[in-house]
Design a protein around this ligand. Sequence first.
Ligand code: KIV
Ligand code: ZN
Length: 522
Amino acid sequence: MSKQDKVIIFDTTLRDGEQAPGASMNQREKMEVALALERMGVDIIEAGFPVISKGDFESVQMIARKIKTSSVAGLARSIKKDIEAAGEALKSAKHPRIHVFLATSKIHLEYKLKKTPDEIVQMAVDSVTQARKLCADVEFSPEDASRSEKDFLYRVLEAVIKAGARTVNIPDTVGYAMPEQYGKLIVDIRNNVPNIHKAIISVHCHNDLGLAVANSLAAVKNGARQVECTINGIGERAGNASMEEIVMALRTRQDFFGCSTGIKTTEISRTSRLVSKFTGFAVAPNKAIVGANAFRHESGIHQDGVLKEPTTYEIMRPEDVGFSGIGLVLGKHSGRHALKARLKQLGIELNDAELVKAFERFKDLCDKKKEVFDEDLIAIVEDQTQKEVKDIWILESLAVKSGTHIKPEVEVKLKSGGKSHVRKATGDGPIDACYVAIDEITGLKGKLLNYGIQSVTQGKDAQGEVRVRVNFNGQKAMGIGMSTDVIEASVKAYLNAVNKTCAALKSKTRLSEKAIDFGLQP
Ligand code: KIV
Ligand code: ZN
């Protein structure tokens, strides 16, 4: 395969993805995502927008220091201090890239930037020239390219390539383009920008009309060789092009595209779960590639066909994306070695102490649940990781009285420092009542920002996984809790957020390393 056939995967989960309302991750979480992206073979990781905040600067810096095989990019407006901040944050990166952007559409020039076309060309050239002094690898994005006048776009692209941009990205910033039109734009750029052969053409599509992936693929078909995308398609408004869909489309339809990526596709499921866990954005069951139902066949005719020959109804193998399936793996009589071996097959390696804890929880679950699936095991380990926060408050017991015509009443008993604390409370519902009781005991007043519940597997006895995001007097924390009882899962999730907050408050400094370790939102 020639070099031209490789499509470079530029992941922007940590920058554009994190810009999605409510998706913010703390530094420890960002680092974990960056490591997962590197493990899956992403070519470029856009780690953040260094000038935007101290937190963003530090995240990019941390990621730049740690990531060795992928390039690490930092975003900058066409402004001196942005480019300086990006250069500084990326100083220790093995493969740094500065990504500079400036809008080129008439509407942005007139209303947002209030600049003439000549001024825009000059600004773009000056920024790329400045960035090139700090970094050999510079990408330029004419923001809102798909709505820009083509002749002006060609002029800007030619000028920035001349100034040293190695990659020119063509954003469909507002998700306005249609696949045919966007593909043609790539062809037109190739035919009308004289020095285009000196740069890679990249694409960056938003999903406002649900066309981000289709547009990106149309661009690849017409010569683009870098795609900017995010895990699970998270991002501003309706999101960005979803990486897993792009990668699997290119792989599954190699006959059509004649291109491939360097992505280790078996890491897809795991990375998708990680991003979902940290952002609190659940993946829809019918989401292509990573949804829980993406490889499940319900209809008898389909099941029969798949059993006879999987390719009758499956165009991809679930194992190719690291989907573990719903096989019954372990039960009441399975021992610790069996658990360890199965977790290893799922890509999870635990040390001895972690394994002891996971085994205890596995046995507890076997008492409550007839069948234990791979998803249950993964959930146990993920829940345990959350618990690595020191449990200052532990749930001892919970009693709930609730029904159709009665006001819910609960009694919550928590333990802290060897002492038990009990409170009775009422509320709008049993979960609200529990949260009132917890607030009274802990003295923290929590405002629930987000609450989400989903079942880990199928069946009436499935475990419920609750994710909450809570604001405790300006300190925001995410919590996860699991149980076969959804009220208990809700209490555990809230307590997980309480414990993170207590730990961070204890360490006083909001942005101290300790707060970051505890997973607290700066
Ligand atoms: O959508 C967009 O135009 C962007 C640019 C900064 C590349 O995110
Ligand atoms: Zn974008």
